[in-house]
Design a binder for this molecule. Structure first.
Ligand code: PEP
Length: 280
C-alpha cells in the first residue's frame, strides 16, 4: 500500500528528512474528561487557537460520547483539527456488550484511534497481543492508529526500558509496515504520565531513535515516514525542548490538552520548529 503521512514524500530516517517527510502531530488525549457539555466549547477553542499553526497537524481525542458532537462542531468551524477515539474493540460487530467498533467510530466522525495507552494496559489488562489485534482492525477499517508504548518506573530502574519498548513495538510492526506512515507511535514512559515528571529531552530522544531503528529493520521507508510522538507531562513550557529532538515528531498530551490556550502553545512550538526547519 501507498505510504501516507500527510507531510510529503517518504525519505530516509533521521533529521535531514524530517521536515520533508514528517509533519509534526500534536494530539490531545482528553481521557475521561470533557465528555458532556464541555466538549464542544473545548474543541471550538482548540480549532480557533490553532487555525493559523498549519505546519503542525492537530488531533483531539474526546470520550466516545462526545465524538459526534465534536465532529459536528469542527465541521461547522471548517477546522482541520482531526478526531481520535481513545480505544476501540478489535471486533467489527456482534455480541460484545459495551464495546465500540472501528465502523462506529468512523460513523461518529473519528479518523484516528489511540491504542494501547498505558492506562488501558495497566488498568484494563490490555496486552501486546490484544493491542496488535486492535491495530490490525483499525488499519483494516482505515482508522489511523496512535499506538502507545513505554516502560514503567520499575522497568526503567531495572534497565529494561529498551527491551520493553522493543517488545511493544515489535508486536505491531508488521501491521504498521503494511501502510507506512498511516499509523503513529507514541512513546509514553508510564512514570511520566500525569505525574508532572517529564523525561529529559535527550533521554526521550534516545528511545525515539531506538524505535526508529526498529522500524528501519522492517523498512527504511517505514522508519522515514512514521511519526513518533512523545507523551508524558508535556506542557507549554517543556514542549519546545522535546519537539526539537531529531526523532520526536510531535506529542501526545493528556492533562494540558484540556486547556485550549495551553494546548495551542504546544502546537505553536511544533509549528515554529517546523517553519524553522523548512527555512534551513
Ligand atoms: C497521556 O495520557 O497520554 C498523557 C501523556 O498524559 P499527561 O500529558 O497528562 O502526562
Amino acid at each position: 500500500m501507498k505510504p501516507v503521512n500527510d507531510g510529503g514524500t517518504p525519505g530516509e530516517a533521521g533529521a535531514a528528512s524530517r521536515a520533508a517527510s514528517r509533519r509534526p502531530l500534536i494530539a490531545g488525549n482528553w481521557k475521561m474528561n470533557a465528555g458532556g457539555q464541555d466538549a464542544c466549547p473545548l474543541s471550538a477553542a482548540v480549532a480557533k487557537a490553532t487555525r493559523e499553526l498549519t505546519r503542525a497537524e492537530v488531533v483531539v481525542a474526546p470520550p466516545f460520547t462526545a465524538i459526534a458532537a465534536v465532529a459536528h462542531e469542527l465541521a461547522e468551524a471548517k477546522s482541520e483539527v482531526g478526531i481520535a477515539a481513545q480505544n476501540m474493540s478489535a471486533e467489527v460487530s456482534g455480541a460484545f456488550t459495551g464495546e465500540i467498533s472501528s465502523g462506529m467510530l468512523k460513523d461518529a466522525g473519528a479518523t484516528w484511534v489511540i491504542l494501547g495507552h498505558s492506562e488501558r494496559r495497566q488498568l484494563f489488562a490490555e496486552t501486546d497481543e490484544s493491542v496488535a489485534r486492535k491495530v490490525a482492525s483499525a488499519m483494516a477499517a482505515e482508522l489511523r492508529p496512535i499506538v502507545c508504548v513505554g516502560e514503567t518506573l520499575e522497568q526503567r530502574e531495572a534497565g529494561d526500558t529498551l527491551a520493553v519498548v522493543e517488545r511493544q513495538v515489535r508486536a505491531v510492526l508488521d501491521e504498521l509496515a503494511k501502510q507506512p506512515g498511516f499509523g503513529v507511535i507514541a512513546y509514553e514512559p508510564v512514570w511520566a504520565i500525569g505525574t508532572g515528571k517529564v523525561a529529559r529531552a535527550e533521554d526521550a530522544q534516545e528511545v525515539h531513535a531506538f524505535i526508529r531503528g526498529l522500524l528501519a529493520k522492517a523498512s527504511e521507508d517505514l522508519a522515514g515516514v512514521t511519526r513518533i510522538l512523545y507523551g508524558g507531562s508535556v506542557k507549554a513550557d517543556n514542549a519546545e525542548a522535546l519537539l526539537a529532538q531529531d526523532d520526536i515528531d510531535g506529542a501526545l498530551v493528556g492533562g494540558a490538552s484540556l486547556d485550549a490556550a495551553g494546548f495551542a502553545k504546544i502546537v505553536e512550538a511544533a509549528h515554529r520548529l517546523a517553519e524553522r526547519a523548512e527555512q534551513g
